[in-house]
Design a protein around this ligand. Structure first.
Ligand code: SAH
Length: 260
């Protein structure tokens, strides 16, 4: 090939590439617009969820009013914590399956538990039952550090990856039996157990700071349990006050407490 022909063919190739880019540009634009409108739709669904589910009273229970908690629910994309098939239901008023027989609680329950913890900006929080990582993501918006434990390894590993992808840098996920808490990271200002136990795990009381708050569902699995708020006083591990908040229905806390 002569030099002239060679330069003609490279020029032709450049034009073709440019032509291809120009032809694809509108598609890329549409894809970006589509993604943006999708995100905007999810934002609207979150706003609606906050207004109707969290703001309304349920089963005679109080609406969630703490503005910081409501803002966290506006921010965290709940649809990123469920499988693709369940994305259309992510903002509905119900729990959703997350695999391994486990569920992500309905938004109101997550919000009520979070509000009961009275999470402060400088607080260290412990969660037992990472599951999808949604409750941990909500807490990560509200406190300084979140420690979360799950006994089912694949759930914990997936949640760890998901939380990292979504930029929740202040969350640490551990695989293990949460009944025993996380003594290396204790004491905690607040502890939430997102599975039902048949008694309050003593290690969790021990790992709570004086003045700290623990929220846990107590009762028999596969029946309605009671959501309890446990507050610790300053006169030692027995100085606790237990308040019965409302009926709830959680999956059971596995092993440790119940031997399951
Ligand atoms: N908080 C989760 C939902 C929790 S479902 C979310 O926001 O998605 C209950 C979780 O508790 C399940 O993932 C289950 O594996 C976990 N679990 C049950 N028993 C446990 C135990 N002893 N220690 C730690 N995690 C436990």
């Amino acid at each position: 090939m002569s030099r002239l022909n060679e330069s003609r063919s490279t020029t032709l190739q450049r034009f073709r590439k440019l032509g291809l880019r120009c032809a694809l540009a509108p598609f890329a634009f549409v894809v970006v617009l589509f993604a943006q409108s999708g995100e905007e739709n999810f934002r609207k669904l979150r706003e609606e969820m906050v207004r109707t589910q969290l703001g309304g009273s349920r089963w005679g229970a109080q609406a969630v009013r703490e503005p910081r908690v409501l803002e966290a629910f506006r921010q965290v994309p709940r649809h990123r914590f469920v499988s693709e098939a369940l994305v259309p239901y992510a903002y509905e008023d119900r729990p959703l399956p997350i695999g391994y027989g486990q569920t992500i609680s309905q938004p109101y329950i997550v919000a009520k538990m979070t509000e009961l913890l009275e999470p402060g900006k400088s607080h260290r929080a412990l969660e037992i039952g990472t599951g999808s990582g949604y409750q941990a993501a909500i807490l990560s918006q509200l406190v300084s550090d979140v420690y979360t434990i799950d006994i089912i390894e694949p759930l914990g590993v997936t949640a760890r990856e998901r939380l990292a992808t979504l930029g929740h840098k202040n969350v640490e996920v551990r695989i293990g039996d949460g009944y025993y808490g996380w003594s290396e990271k204790a004491p905690f200002d607040c502890i939430v157990v997102t599975a039902a136990a048949n008694h309050i795990p003593p290690p969790l009381i021990e790992q709570l700071k004086p003045g700290g708050r623990l929220v846990v569902a107590i009762g028999n699995p596969f029946q309605t349990q009671r959501l309890l708020l446990v507050t610790k006083g300053s006169k030692g591990p027995r100085d606790i006050r237990v308040q019965d908040i409302m009926p709830v229905s959680f999956v059971p806390l596995l092993s440790g407490s119940s031997g399951q």
